[in-house]
Ligand binder design. Structure first.
Ligand SMILES: [Zn+2]
Ligand SMILES: [Zn+2]
Length: 294
């Protein structure tokens, strides 16, 4: 199960209802932030989530509305001597984080590990259980979206396993290799287990609609897409609600969440209505909205 809380659904200028962008995600005891706009610490407090338990922060790009909250968060972790490593992933993350820390003028070094996203994107974190992949988006600065992908799992049919008298150590080997020599024959994992497809969440950050997002979001359970505007605006490097809906439809995602609304809109009802004409399963991100992907 992947848990999500929208910490900020607005864009460059915060409003009474919407803070700068940030999405909190939790998977198997690890907590992630997708972007960390100014005020994210306060939003964490309002959502009753712990700033001290953030493991990984993925920054799409360094526009202040997406990254400025990191200065405060890292400063807090240092001040409170939180004994935990925080990983910051982003384009040029090392240089930017070093700059932040220098400006905070702290002498002691927080336990921060940075990872610079390779130019063309790619896998930026992988464990036996999940993978995070960055993909280039289309903004007016170097910018990446992130795919959070749970790996497929196998659920053993224990009745079958017992009937076939397969020992536990063999099951572990089978899980790793998928096909093994067992007794006098080949044994494939599919004979005794069912594949559970991993869940997939994609977050674009700021972007125009792009093929890269369609490719990255193929079959995703949830696509969180820039939908700053209702009408097209030239040279803004942001998407409209309809743009986001077309991407969701082309990628065949299960659900679309619109985010990063401009302050010029009082609410997101018109965005959702416009998107639903193209992609029916659309919702609007609202600050402190919680979601579970099961
Ligand atoms: Zn933005
Ligand atoms: Zn931006």
């Amino acid at each position: 199960m992947i848990e999500l809380v929208v910490l900020g659904s607005g864009s460059a200028v915060p409003t009474r209802e919407r803070n700068h962008p940030s999405v909190w995600l939790r998977y198997m005891g690890e907590a992630f932030l997708l972007d960390c706009g100014e005020g994210t610490q306060r939003q964490l407090a309002l959502a009753e989530l712990s700033y001290a338990k953030i493991d990984i922060v993925c920054i799409t790009h360094w526009h202040p509305d997406h990254a400025l909250g990191l200065v405060g968060l890292l400063h807090t972790l240092e001040t409170e001597s939180v004994a935990r490593t925080i990983h910051v992933i982003g384009p040029d993350a090392t240089r930017n984080v070093n700059g932040f820390m220098a400006s905070a003028a702290k002498s002691e070094k927080a336990d921060i590990e940075t990872m610079d996203v390779p130019q063309g994107g790619g896998v930026v974190r992988e464990t036996p259980y999940y993978r995070i992949r960055a993909f280039p988006t289309l903004h007016n600065v170097r910018s990446y979206g992130y795919v959070f992908e749970e790996k497929d799992r196998w659920h053993y049919d224990m009745d079958k396993v017992e009937r076939m008298k397969i020992p536990v150590r063999v099951l572990e080997e089978l899980r790793q290799k998928l096909v093994i020599n067992y007794g006098d024959r080949r044994l494939a994992i599919g004979e005794v287990a069912e594949r559970i497809h991993g869940k997939k969440v994609v977050y674009t950050g700021d972007t125009l609609p792009t093929e890269n997002t369609i490719e990255a979001a193929k079959g995703a359970d949830l696509l969180i897409h820039d939908a700053t505007y209702l009408e097209k605006r030239e040279d803004k490097y942001h998407s409209t609600a309809e743009d986001a809906a077309r991407v969701a439809s082309a990628a065949g995602v299960k659900q679309l969440m619109l985010i990063h609304f401009s302050k010029i809109y009082a609410d997101a009802r018109a965005h959702v209505a416009a998107a639903k004409k193209i992609f029916p399963n659309t919702i609007a991100a609202e600050d402190l909205m919680a979601l579970k992907i099961v």
